[in-house]
Design a protein around this ligand. Structure first.
Ligand SMILES: CC(C)(COP(=O)(O)OP(=O)(O)OC[C@H]1O[C@@H](n2cnc3c(N)ncnc32)[C@H](O)[C@@H]1OP(=O)(O)O)[C@@H](O)C(=O)NCCC(=O)NCCS
Length: 158
């Protein structure tokens, strides 16, 4: 788990910048068996995407989230927290922020895919109120076989 207690008050969430990408790539490598290459992150700097950075008071990047808006749907494409900072509320803070922003911008739903084996992420999403909508068979690359994705959605309040 993390190296210090998570203190929400000394963290900020702000738009991710191109200059964050070195730090993003470092965190991404620790987060996934099949990390996104740098070029994919660069391609996400678009008007219909929202890119969020969570940083500490000493301006160290702790985590990030990438969201694509399409019509009324905010699709969470990537959310990742630095390995030493996990289990302290950072993921929940990013999720709350991106969902609030999406609903403020009139999105009616946040959707995402998650590997069936990613128990900690599924626990986070379900504790936040996401509901299971279905499976996408073989959605993710795996070491040998491809892995199914669980599709989760969170509806706008009210
Ligand atoms: C998924 C991820 C973003 C969660 O971030 P985090 O900062 O560790 O999450 P939080 O500390 O905010 O935890 C929130 C909830 O997630 C769940 N959770 C987090 N870590 C967990 C673990 N190791 N085991 C079980 N549940 C866990 C719990 O429900 C937790 O709620 P609680 O604190 O009330 O118990 C982080 O583990 C990560 O970066 N993983 C690698 C990348 C990844 O898999 N991203 C998701 C792709 S769909």
């Amino acid at each position: 788990m993390g190296d210090s207690a998570f203190n929400r008050a000394d963290k900020i969430i702000r738009p991710l910048r191109f200059s964050d990408l070195a730090a993003v790539n470092g965190i991404e490598l620790t987060g996934y068996s099949h990390p996104w290459p740098d070029a994919v992150f660069r391609d996400c700097f678009r008007d219909d995407y929202r890119l969020w950075a969570l940083e500490s008071s000493d301006q160290q990047l702790i985590g990030y989230a990438i969201v694509a808006y399409l019509f009324d749907e905010a699709h969470l494409l990537n959310i990742c927290v630095a390995k030493t900072k996990r289990g302290q509320g950072a993921g929940r803070m990013l999720l709350a922020h991106l969902a609030r922003e999406a609903f403020d911008e009139k999105m009616s739903v946040v959707t995402l895919e998650v590997r069936l084996s990613n128990h900690s992420a599924i626990a986070l999403y379900e504790s936040f109120g996401f509901e299971r909508m279905g499976l996408r068979p073989g959605y993710y690359p795996g070491d040998a076989l491809r892995e199914d994705a669980l599709v989760l959605t969170l509806r706008a309040p009210g």
